[in-house]
Design a protein around this ligand. Structure first.
Ligand SMILES: *[C@@H]1O[C@H](CO)[C@@H](O)[C@H](O)[C@H]1NC(C)=O
Ligand SMILES: *[C@@H]1O[C@H](CO)[C@@H](O)[C@H](O)[C@H]1NC(C)=O
Ligand SMILES: *[C@@H]1O[C@H](CO)[C@@H](O)[C@H](O)[C@H]1NC(C)=O
Ligand SMILES: *[C@@H]1O[C@H](CO)[C@@H](O)[C@H](O)[C@H]1NC(C)=O
Ligand SMILES: *[C@@H]1O[C@H](CO)[C@@H](O)[C@H](O)[C@H]1NC(C)=O
Length: 423
């Protein structure tokens, strides 16, 4: 109340003065105009125009881009009393952001914005284009975050000079058309917290150089064509939380060093060609909540070899399509947080510990189909009601369903499909 009254009296006062036409008042400098260097402003306009097209007139639409006419996707910061652009996001990032034109050009002015800390391109490069490395080196000493997302036009190798971007904390290269090998120079980037190279066409072996990346939390190389074995230097990524190497052509044994990743919560190796059995050391990663190893020809591996009960934080365990043998280890039924258990399409035998599995309080999906289990399924009707289609037991020729579980004809649909009645 008081402040408002104060404000009105000031306004009134100034109107009074104006009305009296007092010429002695000092000229009010327009304090709202942000001090931004002309060069910086023009470089920004020209750089953006190169991406969105010539019809975009920055100086008329956004005369004060770091002040009262902000541009979507542009942030600024002040250095020595002048505004500089620090974050620039190009492409369809927000609903109302400007799309990149198909005839875009990367203008030299982009590289004059040398205070940039974060630069990202989303859905921008649609027609084929190779990133020329020469100019990008201008960003090497400042950039902390670099993202290329969903740019199918970005093809060719990732330039070796990426290794000169030594301030990078986050490098996201997701869903583009990059191919060839990863440059080993990425291992120079000791400040990295996050590396995402998912869904490109990268190939060749993963460089064995991770020993310096002590700050790395996320490493996602999924959905590429990486081949060869996992380098032992993975064991040096001691702070890693998420490791996703799924959907590649990786082969060989899991390195024993994987057990050194004590903080790992996600390990996803599905759809590769890993063989040689489950590493005993997996059980040492007690922080794991998601372990997904499905569709790797581990062949003839006995699940009993692992102390499953020691991975007591597991929420998702998928070991389907691995050629696993032996019985369901009873240790699995001690994993009280388990929500998803995929044992399907292996060569597992013996009885299904129905009561113990049913007692898992969080279990919401259980797949045991495509094995060689024997005996009776002893889950309750309540269990089948809860699970619905998220329970599968078919393709176990020696398994049967006792019919006392389902009393009335109207509940017959709850029976697991493809399991014969016990005689
Ligand atoms: C952009 O707008 C400014 C100010 O309105 C004007 O002077 C300039 O000619 C325009 N440029 C183009 C290329 O249309
Ligand atoms: C990039 O880094 C490499 C290795 O540290 C160095 O030899 C090279 O001179 C750097 N290139 C530029 C353009 O700074
Ligand atoms: C692992 O996580 C713990 C707890 O969050 C943390 O204190 C520790 O520093 C982490 N270890 C490494 C090697 O980052
Ligand atoms: C399952 O194991 C049996 C007996 O060892 C073997 O004959 C059969 O080929 C195996 N099946 C698969 C799909 O691995
Ligand atoms: C399934 O297990 C039985 C023994 O319980 C064995 O006789 C049979 O060969 C196995 N079938 C396959 C396909 O492995």
């Amino acid at each position: 109340m008081f402040r408002q009254a104060f404000f009105y009296s000031l306004l009134l006062l100034s109107l009074l003065f104006r009305c009296t036409g007092d010429e002695s008042l000092p000229e009010v400098t327009d304090s709202e105009e942000a001090p931004m260097g002309k060069r910086e402003r023009e470089a920004l306009f020209s750089a953006i125009q190169g991406f969105v097209g010539d019809s975009w007139n920055g100086s008329s639409l956004y005369p004060d881009p770091c002040g009262w006419t902000p541009i979507q996707g542009v942030s600024c910061d002040m250095y020595n009393d002048l505004w500089y652009v620090t974050d620039l996001s190009l492409g369809l990032i927000y609903e109302n952001s400007l799309p990149c034109t198909s005839s875009l050009e990367i203008r030299r002015e982009l590289f004059e914005l040398n205070h940039l800390r974060s630069l990202s391109f989303f859905n921008c490069f649609l027609s084929p284009m190779v990133i020329a490395k020469e100019d990008w080196i201008n960003f090497a000493s400042n950039l902390e975050s670099l993202e290329f997302r969903s740019n199918p036009g970005l093809i060719g190798k990732l330039p070796e000079t990426i290794g000169n971007f030594t301030k990078l904390k986050s490098l996201v290269v997701l869903e583009n058309g990059f191919n060839g090998e990863l440059p080993a120079s990425i291992c120079n980037l000791k400040s990295l917290n996050r590396i995402v190279f998912a869904a490109n066409s990268f190939a060749g072996v993963i460089p064995n150089c991770f020993n310096g990346l002590k700050e790395l939390l996320i490493l996602d190389l999924s959905r590429n064509s990486f081949s060869g074995t996992l380098p032992s230097s993975f064991g040096d990524l001691v702070s890693l939380l998420k490791l996703d190497l799924s959907n590649n052509l990786l082969e060989g044994n899991l390195p024993q060093e994987i057990g050194l990743l004590k903080n790992l919560t996600l390990l996803d190796l599905r759809n590769n060609r890993f063989s040689g059995g489950l590493s005993k050391n997996i059980e040492k990663i007690q922080s794991l909540t998601e372990l997904v190893l499905s569709n790797n020809p581990m062949s003839e591996e006995d699940m009993m070899g692992i102390k499953w009960e020691s991975m007591r934080n597991l929420v998702v365990l998928d070991v389907s399509k691995m050629g696993l043998r032996g019985e369901i280890p009873i240790g699995l039924t001690n994993l009280k947080r388990l929500r998803y258990l995929g044992l399907n399409n292996n060569n597992l035998t013996g009885f299904v510990p129905s009561e113990k599995l049913e007692a898992l309080p969080c279990l919401g999906a259980l797949y045991i189909n495509g094995n060689n289990f024997t005996g009776e399924l002893r889950f309750s009707r309540k269990f089948y009601e809860k699970m619905g289609r998220r329970f599968k037991a078919s393709q176990n020729p020696n398994l049967c369903q006792p019919f006392e579980t389902i009393i009335s004809e109207s509940h017959k649909h709850l029976l697991p499909l493809g399991v014969k009645p016990c005689t």
